[in-house]
Design a protein around this ligand. Structure first.
Ligand SMILES: [Fe+2]
Ligand SMILES: [Fe+2]
Length: 162
């Protein structure tokens, strides 16, 4: 049977981001461990702590639509982790490694932001008001995390590495 209802798309996207949040919690641990600048490690750790709250909020969204909370593999974030793994094998210097990690985090944040923008719009249209508030909260925190990473990117002394 073809999928025709936005409710089904919503569940699909919700399962995708539920998986992505859990996956990225582990990925942020890797980024924190494998970065050199202390402030950068701290930022990854702080965003990792927020992820636990994101997962709980998503579980409340599952509750509102009476669907059992479960993830569906998100190839988008799995792919980002594979890119990170492959890059690490190229033996980057500390500075180049940190720059890569900042950019990888920016890519992940933009993925999550796109997911939350569409989920929260669908929730509003479907009159899931509690869910839309919860999804907006996650969205705001992802936007802040993106801004933090963009700040690191702006401040990076690229010229020194040319
Ligand atoms: Fe995905
Ligand atoms: Fe994030």
């Amino acid at each position: 049977m073809p999928m025709e209802k936005v409710e089904d798309l919503f569940v699909h996207e919700l399962k995708d981001i539920y998986y992505a949040e859990k996956h990225l919690e582990k990925a942020l641990q890797t980024l924190a461990t494998e970065s050199h600048r202390p402030e950068l490690k701290k930022a990854f750790d702080a965003h990792k702590a927020e992820k636990q709250e994101h997962v709980k909020r998503l579980e409340r969204v599952f509750d509102e639509i009476t669907v059992k909370a479960a993830g569906e593999p998100c190839d988008g974030v799995i792919g980002l982790s594979m890119e990170k793994k492959a890059f690490s094998k190229k033996n980057p210097s500390k500075e180049i490694n940190d720059l890569f990690n900042i950019n990888a985090a920016i890519k992940a944040e933009r993925y999550e932001i796109s997911a939350y923008e569409s989920l929260s719009k669908m929730a509003k249209e479907m009159n899931l008001m509690d869910s839309s508030v919860l999804l907006e909260k996650n969205l705001k925190e992802e936007q802040r995390a993106l801004e933090k990473m963009r700040q690191f990117a702006r401040e990076a002394d690229i010229k020194k590495l040319i």
